[in-house]
Design a protein around this ligand. Structure first.
Ligand code: NDP
Length: 332
């Protein structure tokens, strides 16, 4: 195992601090609960909406975001990446400027990598990025199990930034428990890995499913129901994904028939070079900031492209057939 893997850490550094969770959403709720269970003094900073009410119901002290920053020495910034710069400059930075020292933790590398947020020199800027959705984190926590996180340090003002990152990883239940692992990484690496999934194999899977559906229904007379059940509605795909996580990509292959193994391996080899070219191109667009500029532009124009694509995708033959099938199956 590389020396980048961390399995446990000391949480003492957080014990005499107030830790604010800024944004009580998917990640905020999960991370806040576990930190509190681990004996940390946690407060919530949120806008006044249903998440605020939820946090109060869950027994937390909830404050306006600037007030929560004022009251804390460590903050976990867990609002969506696209609103984080606005929240940071309007609510967080004015308070941090008044402090001697502050620790600001991110769950994603995006805003720091591209300079959308440039923290003050008195701030430790750290990354503790779960590779898991909030609900998954809470489920594992109930089973007393950890989960994977990537760690990073962009600015070490106190000289203890890595220790803070590891302490938070332990505090949010990622490490120190079976199945838990933290990997020393960086804001840039985390962003590349995260976006490259979204720009390569995940959309290739969507495109392949759409093409498969169109070919078998339009050119071979297959019923849309049979095609969608084969593609994903049966749940076989999620079983395979689960087996990949649990026993590995290649070990799970042994559960497939020999015909399937032969077909999958030969075609994987055949497609590899073309796909590698796509992956390489997309990685370069992420690394250079070209994608961040493209997405910022769409956000500045009211997300026109994203909204159009939702319309186009959900009016496709596949989406309509899926809606019919899922109604018949009582899933909708
Ligand atoms: P959510 O979409 O769940 O939102 C979190 C909170 O931010 C909510 O309380 C939301 O309230 C609040 N919020 C939204 N807009 C504003 C605003 N303009 N001002 C103030 N607060 C606002 O976020 P996630 O938990 O999904 O993501 C948080 C971070 O975690 C991100 O950096 C993300 O990249 C990272 N992350 C997310 C994962 C995931 O599975 N979702 C996995 C790993 C990392 P409201 O909606 O009411 O406005």
């Amino acid at each position: 195992m590389s020396e980048k893997a961390v399995f446990d850490a000391d949480i003492t550094l957080l014990k005499d601090k107030v830790v604010s969770i800024i944004g009580y959403g998917n990640q905020g709720r999960a991370q806040g609960h576990i930190l509190r269970e681990n004996g940390i003094d946690v407060i919530i900073g949120n806008i006044r909406d249903e998440y605020w009410d939820q946090a109060v119901k869950d027994g937390f002290k909830v404050y306006e975001i600037d007030d929560a920053i004022r009251r804390s020495q460590v903050a976990l910034l867990l609002v969506p990446d696209e609103v984080a710069p606005d929240v940071y400059y309007k609510k967080i930075e004015p308070e941090v400027r008044k402090k001697e020292h502050f620790v600001l933790d991110f769950a994603s590398g995006y805003n720091i990598m591209y300079g959308f947020i440039k923290p003050q020199p008195n701030t430790d800027v750290i990354l503790v990025a779960p590779r898991m959705i909030g609900r998954g984190i809470l489920n594992l926590h109930k089973q007393k199990r950890g989960y994977p996180v990537l760690l990073g340090v962009a600015q070490d003002s106190s000289g203890k930034a890595w220790d803070y990152a590891k302490a938070i990883a332990k505090g949010i239940g990622a490490i120190g428990l079976p199945g838990g692992i933290a990997i020393k990484s960086s804001f840039e690496e985390e962003t590349l890995l995260d976006l490259l999934t979204e720009h390569s194999w995940a959309p290739l899977l969507i495109a392949a499913m759409q093409a498969y559906f169109d070919v078998v229904t339009e050119e071979y007379g297959v019923s849309p129901e049979a095609a969608i059940l084969e593609l994903y509605a049966s749940g076989e795909l999620s079983d395979i994904a689960k087996a990949m996580a649990e026993i590995g990509l290649f070990e799970q292959m042994k559960f497939h028939s020999r015909t399937s193994q032969y077909g999958q391996f030969t075609r994987a080899r055949k497609f590899y070079n073309r796909v590698k070219e796509i992956v390489r191109e997309e990685a370069a667009r992420i690394w250079s900031g070209e994608f961040a500029r493209e997405w910022s532009l769409d956000q500045a124009f009211g997300r026109v492209v994203l909204q159009r694509l939702w319309k186009i995708m959900t009016s496709s033959k596949l989406a309509k057939a899926e809606d019919r099938l899922y109604r018949q199956l009582g899933r909708r």
